[in-house]
Ligand binder design. Structure first.
Ligand code: ZN
Length: 149
């Protein structure tokens, strides 16, 4: 298990070092700010979604390693997906990170997202990991801000 923890740590560090799709997206069709007062994480999700599918997505994060990695992973998972597919992904993420049942972690199935499942052991950090996903949901629904409580 230690080896696996190291691997997950590496994934998180890699996303921190080189966040994927970071920065502002201009022009964008949807955007929402996310704020996690517990940790002080702040981020903005930008989307370009001319039709059913997300054509471009970026996430600008000022926060801890978990929130930054999660934002970066989020962008790689939803780019090119339809709104319906994204809703399903978001439901799956919430289940994975904060659901009642202990999930089965499978790197092959969940990819880099598996690296975040460890936060389940630290309830205070779960909000760091879900923040980008809440902001994504708000952006899609046309809400300008979201705050995790
Ligand atoms: Zn945080």
């Amino acid at each position: 298990m230690d080896e696996l923890d190291d691997l997950y740590q590496d994934i998180i560090l890699s996303h921190n070092k080189r966040p994927r799709n970071s920065g502002h997206l201009d022009p964008c069709s949807h955007k929402a700010d996310g704020f996690n007062p517990l940790c002080g994480d702040k981020l903005t999700v930008f989307l370009r979604k001319p039709g059913e599918s997300i054509e471009e997505v970026t996430c600008q994060t000022e926060g801890c390693a978990i929130s930054r990695a999660s934002g970066s992973i989020m962008t790689t998972m939803v780019k090119g997906k339809t709104e319906k597919e994204v809703e399903e992904i978001i439901t799956g993420i919430k289940e994975l990170l904060s659901g009642e049942e202990e999930p089965e972690v499978d790197l092959a199935k969940q990819g880099d997202l598996a690296s975040l499942v460890g936060v389940r052991k630290f309830p205070a950090r779960v909000k760091c990991a879900t923040l980008a996903w809440h902001a994504l949901e708000s952006a899609l629904h046309g809400d300008a801000t979201t705050t995790t409580e």
